[in-house]
Design a protein around this ligand. Sequence first.
Ligand code: UDP
Ligand code: MG
Length: 336
Amino acid sequence: MKKPVLTIVVPCYNEEEVFLETAKQLTAVLEDLLDEHLIAAESKILFVDDGSRDRTWSLIEKESETNPFVTGLKLSRNFGHQKALLAGLETAKNYSDCVISIDADLQDDVSVIREFVVKYWEGFDIVYGVRRSRKTDTFFKRATAQGFYRFMRKMGIHLVYNHADFRLMSKRALEELSRYSEANVFLRGIVPLLGFRSTEVLYDRKGRFAGESKYPLKKMLAFAFDGMTSFSVAPIRFITFIGFLSFLLSSAAGIYALIVKLLGHAESGWTSLMISIWFIGGLLLMSIGLIGEYIGKIYQEVKRRPRFTIEENLYSRQMEHELSLPSFHEKERVKS
Ligand code: UDP
Ligand code: MG
């Protein structure tokens, strides 16, 4: 097999505190892989700046001038983790045989990248990084994350347990991924749908190297809700079920009220009336809200807006330049 061109995609949002260390560690990983002849020389680290408001982009640009592995992509504003990742994957797939995605904060063990590549050599198209333990996460983060997986499974969405967006994908898996053109991207849900030969690699998840989480509770809840409503109509079915149940209950109550009336002692009723008005009212509002959520999703999908906008693309420029150099191909031929 020909040595694959590997691109490591790293979404960054206000990551000036960790950027240099991340670049250093990932560069070391690529150098080792090159020494072992596991990857091709054009392999790169693609930092995707997701509209950071700090110095992240200027750090990326500066690093790319001195470090031949480092390159960058700048989005025109903050699009969110999933879309930043998608922008990186879509860009990287044009010039790479396989792509690994990893967070900028060094929580995922970079030494596992070698195992990913080995699995790729063994013929796997998708390799999931799966956390062995969550010891360093706060109790809160751990509990909410575990609740999230359990809940999603109940909803009929099959996610790889304890896998975040640390994974390797082959070119053909990425080609397939780009045919999923939905606006509401939830990569962890989509990637298992692609099929292909896949496997898992276990690793220990560490604490953030520096800086703070860009996923506060509010964003996490939004993420879970989005994931749920983009993949499953189970919540709507649940609403229908509750509606049916309350219909049955209220018919029974209606029959009871009628009998009481016919027997001639119908003075009670205020309490039960109030309770049922509030109950049904709440139920209706909840149902309408939920259905509205799906209609909102449909609205977003039918608009077919671009999912992200790239402002600057150092990567394509660099790759086209490198591939056009005759000396580069010479060097490759001599090596192989
Ligand atoms: N991130 C991003 N855009 C955002 C939020 C986060 O690109 O709007 C990146 C962030 O820089 C990091 C990754 O997504 O590389 C994961 O974010 P974070 O580590 O804050 O999330 P956590 O690990 O706490 O879930
Ligand atoms: Mg993190």
